[in-house]
Design a protein around this ligand. Sequence first.
Ligand code: DAH
Length: 361
Amino acid sequence: MPDHPKTDDLDALKAETEAALAAANDLRAWDAVRVAVLGRNGALTQKLKELGAAAPDERRDRGAALNRLKDTLTAAIEARRKALDAAALDARLGNERLDVTLPPRPVQTGLIHPISRAMEEMAAIFGAMGFAIAEGPDVEDDWRNFGALNIPAHHSAREDMDTFYLPGVDADGRRRVLRTHTSPVQVRTMLTQPPPIRVIVPGRTYRADHDATHSPMFHQVEGLAIDRTLTLGHLKGCLIDFLRNFFGISNLPVRFRSSYFPFTEPSMEVDIGWNRRTGELGGGGDWLEILGSGMVHSKVLANCGIDPREWQGFAFGMGIERVTMLKHGIPDLRPFYESDIRWLRHYGFSALAPAMLHEGI
Ligand code: DAH
């Protein structure tokens, strides 16, 4: 037995391992070295296992030498790993360099249809006055579309509106119609929501009518406010504020003209000032009818389960296409629904610029 334990093989293992680590240029090669030395069947692990069979003296000295080597190699393996990680990061940073002077690739964004935009603007303006949005189905029953609104059967309003009837009746024996106006949502709201009420109802409506200024499907916005002390004065103030905000003309002339609707009493048609010759809104001395309104008829309140001795309110309704065409100078109704991309690009609105009051709409 030699005086000094043999360490040649350990020096050789150290040199081999260091050479293999230096040659390992990626994580996979690095891991192979690690496993070959420190793994379960690794060269160093093997030598540690063999220690058990050695004589006690040798075991102590060689054990110490093996453990020192293990520490040295473990540190060398760890250091190589860090160096490889750092090199990989450097390579990535090198490759990912951006050339900020390159021109951008154009991004095709969609545009908001003028009708949707008008609805957003209306929601913003009436929302600031405390109105919430209410909705109802396009397929209504004739009681909500007509009867509850004090439009009796055989009333001329039913014929005026050129109603689309659907075949058959619903579970309550009522005829089904494509709603001819958004007013049935007044009925739905009053039947389900205790007053006070403030809602606007933007939505699709249908009438059997088709020419340059009429489409069988069009859009309306309805308004309904019910409270204990609402008066015609509130109705007028609300609509004047709305129209001036919507058209962006702070001194837009607004005229209220007495009229007739079965569901309001008194009823008023609302005109705005414009120049018939140039089509310009504002001054000009001509009047353009823009919407219908009035104090909700006591019969309508009663039909919807609201006591007219305790509550009263106002309602209004207008065509969205019409005010949109006026606001943006769009001459023809038909392209609204033709999905012609050139028309949409011309009249559409950026989706990144939603309608908000502070934009001065
Ligand atoms: N529903 C009416 C129409 O389609 C518009 C209307 C007029 C609605 C007066 C109202 C109103 O709520 O009070 O012609």
